[in-house]
Design a protein around this ligand. Structure first.
Ligand SMILES: Nc1nc2c(ncn2[C@@H]2O[C@H](COP(=O)(O)OP(=O)(O)OP(=O)(O)O)[C@@H](O)[C@H]2O)c(=O)[nH]1
Length: 454
């Protein structure tokens, strides 16, 4: 959170009197009270500011309108402020309990102990005889911290995903049931559903809880060839949303796919090289929808593939495609199983009817399981010993500390002054997460480790 212009950041956790001022006009809206709950020790673990204002309608609406002028501000959805998934709640509790802070404090202490050795060499090395191997000791301490940091950074960004939500994109040809899936997952009519293909033209996003994990769901425009300019923009956005998503679901109409397969036409409605790239991504899962229509309408022979997984595999291209290659027919060629990456061998497809609810329970359970496995949430939630990096800012600081420790390790004992500087940078980087490092800390460590002056 930034405090604009001359504004002072209120002292955290203190109810203070303040003037509430319009950010653009500078006009005073009210003489009120403010409490700043500084993250992560706040209800949502983010920085929270509570404004206590006079209850007149005019004051409230002027305050809300002033807030809406601030960049990235928007009113919360009903209940959104207090909504937390189970995963977030556990991470928040762990953070509040100080487990994460303690881990960072340990890193900082490790760097300070190495720095104390190097500082002692600089200050006393030549004049006073201090014990042998001090520099080597500093190096091995720094190496240990470096290894620990490396381990923490190697977490596939799970903490950040848990905090900001796993980005899930729904895509597929028009009229397959993408918006119906979004409404089913959201348990409300969030998207417009009609039998007219091309109803969804832009991306519709909403946040929800899937199996205890936070998910930011995006419904995208149906992928098809079109001359409609607006629809084409929507399709381009859809492609980008899928590419940048952490995971995606391709919704297909089961009867259509089967019919097209039997006629060996492939998926004619999405004839583009992008389409092929999107379905062959390792993080794409398949939902064959409208199973109710298959049961009620007799399909031409040969009989339907009973195994959904076989159907999915038959959609995947068997070899890498060239840009501009749009031979849809190739989509029906089943790839050799052993040519697929191991991840593709796990179940990645479900057959449902979003209209009747048939198969939706298995899909929900299966997909939540996939999310947990894929993003390693089971590990992160059960492993109380490792810190959870929930902010990219913290990751940046850890990365910076890692870089300075690596540079420190490259220096020899002849360059102690430069080497110490690198350790100081590393300690400062960690200090930005836990609270700034002070000169006192280093002096304490020097005097404690070397008994100087006693
Ligand atoms: N019979 C049947 N109809 C379904 C099912 N799911 C969705 N539909 C219908 O299929 C039509 C298209 O559904 P949508 O959810 O709007 O499909 P979409 O993929 O979002 O469509 P676009 O916005 O055109 O891309 C609607 O008339 C739905 O009522 C299903 O399981 N069975």
């Amino acid at each position: 959170m930034t405090w604009v212009g001359k504004l002072r950041e209120p002292t955290p956790w203190k109810l203070q009197r303040c003037r509430i001022v319009h950010p653009e006009s500078g006009e005073t809206i009210d003489d009120g009270l403010v409490v700043h709950f500084k993250g992560p020790k706040s209800f949502t673990s983010e920085d929270v500011v509570e404004l206590h204002i006079h209850s007149g309608r005019a004051v409230i609406s002027a305050t809300l309108s002033a807030l809406s002028k601030l960049p990235t501000f928007r009113p919360a959805e009903p209940g959104e402020f207090t909504r937390q998934t189970e995963g977030q709640r556990r991470v928040a509790v762990r953070a509040a309990e100080g487990a994460t802070k303690q881990k960072f404090d340990e890193l900082r202490a490790g760097i300070i102990s190495a720095l104390a050795k190097v500082e002692a060499l600089i200050d006393f090395g030549e004049g006073e005889e201090i014990e042998e191997g001090v520099y080597e000791d500093a190096k091995s301490r720094a190496q240990k911290v470096l290894d620990t940091i490396q381990g923490y950074l190697n977490d596939h960004r799970r903490g950040e995903l848990l905090r900001s939500g796993i980005r899930l994109a729904i895509f597929g040809p028009p009229n397959a049931g993408k918006s119906s899936l979004l409404n089913f997952l959201a348990q409300r009519e969030a998207a417009i559903v009609t039998p007219i293909p091309g109803t969804t033209r832009d991306i519709l996003e909403l946040s929800l809880d899937l199996g205890g994990l936070p998910v930011v769901l995006a419904d995208t425009a149906g992928l098809r060839k079109t001359e409609d300019v607006v629809e084409r923009i929507g399709i381009e956005r859809a492609r980008k949303a899928v590419e940048s998503a952490d995971i995606s679901i391709c919704v297909l109409s089961f009867p259509e796919v089967v019919q097209q397969q039997q006629q060996r036409n492939g998926l004619d409605s999405a004839a583009s090289s992008h389409w092929r790239e999107l379905i062959s991504r390792d993080n794409t899962f398949f939902l064959f929808n409208k199973s109710d229509l298959v049961d009620s309408s007799p399909m031409p022979s040969p009989p339907l593939p009973s195994d959904v997984e076989t159907l999915r595999l038959s959609l995947l291209p068997s070899e890498p495609r060239q840009e501009g290659d749009i031979a849809d027919r190739d989509l029906t060629i089943a790839p050799k199983l052993d040519a697929l990456p191991p991840a593709a061998m796990t179940v990645k497809a479900w057959k449902v009817s979003l209209a009747t609810g048939d198969g939706t329970e298995e899909f929900l359970e299966g997909f939540a399981e996939v999310l947990r496995k894929r993003f390693g949430m089971d590990d992160i939630l059960s492993d109380a010993a490792s810190p959870v990096i929930t902010r990219s800012r913290h990751r940046d600081h850890l990365q910076s500390a890692k870089m300075h420790l690596e540079t420190f390790l490259e220096y020899g004992p002849d360059d102690v002054v430069f080497a110490a500087e690198e350790l100081r940078y590393a300690a400062n980087a960690i200090g930005k997460v836990t609270g700034a490092i002070g000169v006192e800390d280093i002096l304490d460590a020097v005097f404690r480790d070397f008994c100087i002056g006693k």
